[in-house]
Design a protein around this ligand. Structure first.
Ligand code: NDP
Ligand SMILES: CC(C)=CCC[C@@H](C)[C@H]1CC=C2C3=C(CC[C@@]21C)[C@@]1(C)CC[C@H](O)C(C)(C)[C@@H]1CC3
Length: 418
């Protein structure tokens, strides 16, 4: 077993107790949302309409479907890539290599799906299987996290994540002990973060849209908007796949239950909540309102993409003409911090753009129910917590220079508000 030298006290996410509570609460919330979305009253805060028995949750076909999906995405990951990118420098000064072929996987999945559908594949039927599919994905995430935990016990200490190496098994199982678990060149965390869950999310959205067309003759305008916006978001993530290599999930967090469940179950089954809601609760949406919502999504996307690209360009090459004129602060590490452009507006402009998009994804569902706004509420909490975690890390990394940045750019996410 790898020694626990350099291990940290388990303080994030409420320590071991918080981690244990989240491991129960997150799957329970996901099943609650799935049940409530199809109920007549669709009340987010009420009790679920019924408690499903094991026969409603367990289906060997659903498990087989989930495993086939993972197998397909893994095969697409292994195809030759247009580019191989290097990750950030690791503790042992080495850099891992990652294939950049996520967008190619999305296109090939769409082609295979098109072929299947023209041969009579009833994609809409997937919408009837969401409960057993979510159960199978949760089961896979639990077993997978357990295997990852066991694997982490035999790797050298330098391969462990700074946060998930506390010595408390519950906490470490939740946060993830090993930073970049791999078999040969297959990187499990990088693979899961962007492919099965994100592509699965748009697949579920599409199935819900097909089912709506079958029930009502054609998809509603609201369903088109939700599908279009979320496809743009997933397509964008896969197109800019390389950027994920600088997120805290890849650089700092281990791969444990939080990310395995988040990537494989939470993202596809809760991020598709608006489309699930619309299938069972059709909402009228006029063209003028639809145009306003498109504008809100466009503004959010413009800020999100602008901010993320500006930082990535700057981190890759500070003398790139697109960022060379921006004002910066020097830090003791040799790295610089941007203090003008998007990063001079607030300290997390990318979060602001993401939140504006989240609002645009809920608005097509009208204002009669709180349920479709769950994503916006959850995402606000996630980003506020994430911002606090990032802030602490930046303070540790950059010290006085970070204080100076906070003085120059006082707002975190929303100008003049937060
Ligand atoms: N849809 C979803 O469920 C989720 C989406 N996201 C999205 O993922 C994206 C990435 O988010 P995340 O990884 O949390 O964080 P960021 O992309 O904001 O990265 C934070 C890092 O950026 C660097 N940085 C911070 N300020 C500056 C500055 N002024 N100049 C230059 N570099 C700076 C620091 O790292 P360093 O200095 O080491 O480079 C810091 O640690 C966001 O757009 C977010 O909205 C995130 C979570 C969930
Ligand atoms: C509640 C729970 C289970 C928490 C786990 C959190 C994960 C769901 C998220 C952590 C960071 C994520 C990112 C994306 C999806 C959600 C998770 C995995 C992301 C892939 C979405 C698309 C974006 O463009 C992105 C690539 C920037 C983003 C990266 C972070």
């Amino acid at each position: 077993m790898a020694p626990l030298q350099g291990s940290r006290a388990p303080t994030e996410f409420g320590g071991p107790l918080g981690a244990a509570a989240l491991m129960l609460l997150l799957p329970a919330t996901m099943f609650h949302l799935l049940l409530v979305a199809r109920s007549g009253s669709a009340r987010l805060l009420g009790p679920p309409p019924y408690l499903p028995g094991l026969e409603a949750l367990w289906s060997p076909w659903a498990l087989l479907l989930c495993l086939t999906w993972l197998g397909l995405q893994a095969a697409l990951y292994l195809l030759p890539a247009r580019k191989v990118a290097e990750g950030q420098e690791l503790k042992d000064k080495s850099r891992l290599r990652y294939p950049i072929n996520g967008f190619q996987a999305l296109v090939l999945t769409a082609l295979l799906l098109g072929l299947g559908m023209s041969a009579g594949l009833p994609l809409g039927a997937l919408s009837e299987m969401l409960l057993p599919l979510a159960f199978a994905a949760t089961l896979i995430a639990f077993i997978f996290s357990l295997l990852l935990y066991l694997k982490s016990l035999v790797v050298p200490a330098f391969a462990l994540a700074p946060g998930g190496n506390s010595g408390n098994p519950i906490y470490d199982f939740f946060l993830g002990r090993e930073l970049n678990p791999r078999i040969c060149s297959f990187d499990f965390k990088y693979f899961c973060e962007l492919r099965p869950g994100l592509i699965g999310w748009v697949l579920i959205n599409l199935a819900l849209m097909m089912q709506e067309a079958e029930l009502r003759g054609s998809p509603s305008l609201a369903m088109w908007l939700v599908n279009g916006f979320q496809l743009l978001y997933v397509g964008d993530a896969l197109w800019h796949e390389e950027a994920v290599l600088t997120t805290m999930d890849i650089i700092r967090d281990g791969f444990g239950f939080m990310l395995a469940f988040g990537d494989l179950a939470w993202v596809p089954f809760t991020y598709s909540l608006q489309a699930q809601f619309l299938l069972y609760h059709p909402q009228p949406l006029g063209l003028p309102m639809a145009l306003v919502i498109c504008l809100i999504n466009a503004v959010g996307y413009y800020i999100f993409r602008g901010a993320n690209s500006q930082k990535n360009t700057f981190r890759k090459n500070p003398s790139d003409p697109r960022v060379a004129d921006l004002e910066t602060i020097s830090t003791a590490t040799g790295r610089q911090l941007l203090v003008s452009g998007w990063w001079g507006m607030v300290r997390h402009p990318n979060y602001l753009g993401d939140l504006i998009m989240a609002l645009a994804w809920s608005l097509p569902c009208g204002v009669s129910h709180l349920l479709p706004y769950f994503y916006l509420l959850y995402f606000t909490a996630l980003l506020v917590h994430r911002e606090a975690r990032d802030e602490q890390q930046c303070l540790q990394k950059y010290g006085l220079a970070w204080h100076e940045y906070c003085r120059r750019v006082p707002y975190r996410i929303m100008p003049y508000i937060y």
